[in-house]
Design a protein around this ligand. Sequence first.
Ligand code: SAH
Length: 238
Amino acid sequence: MDAAPNVDEAELAKFSDLAHRWWDPDSEFRPLHQINPLRLAWIEGLTGPLRDRAVLDVGCGGGILAEAMARQGARVLGIDLAEKALKVAQLHAIEQAVQGLNYRLASAEQLAAEQPGQYDVVTCMEMLEHVPDPASVVAACATLVKPGGWVFFSTLNRNLKSFLFAIVGAEYVLRLLPRGTHEYGKFIRPSELAGYCRRAGLDLQATRGLEYNPLTRRFWLSADTSVNYLFATRKALA
Ligand code: SAH
């Protein structure tokens, strides 16, 4: 175990407390369920079919994306440090009889020390804004992926609009998320994430924004990265 693990225990407690609701599509996790088909299609559009690929999902939570990737035929490992969320993920995979899906309580940094260069695709979604040192997670993801492999991130941008939409709007007005889910100071600008990626040897390939219409309650991908956004990166071939 790392002497100073890159973890905020209060963040993990939040996700553990809500764990039993992870697969309720009308719960706090509704936005993750809604964006899941969008992000999965975007990922597979870039990587090509996930079938038989070794995929790692970092900060997998209850397994919404990990399970969807396993259903596409990938061999998926999901890791997280919120024990209860992982238990829920494991039970759901068993209930649904999903093949090729495993879960483990581990940090990206721990796994990177054990399994460098083992994965064709690494995903790390809606997680970087919950850790003390996001650059360390980005570097670990870069270590875990094979040369030429893909690493995907998504997080929240840091500006007035993201404060108004992701915190005031989502937590206070629309109540899509529980109050205190997100902390503005931990949001990450695309330029900052691009810097972490560059320093980790990940080349940025594509960026998308996620937009939401509160009237129709629909999400879609667009070029507007001002609130929630996704990065597709690739590790250079050795
Ligand atoms: N990636 C999932 C869940 C996002 S919620 C999805 O997009 O559907 C954020 C997740 O990050 C939670 O499950 C939380 O427990 C996890 N997390 C927070 N800090 C972490 C850390 N240091 N290491 C691993 N997982 C962490």
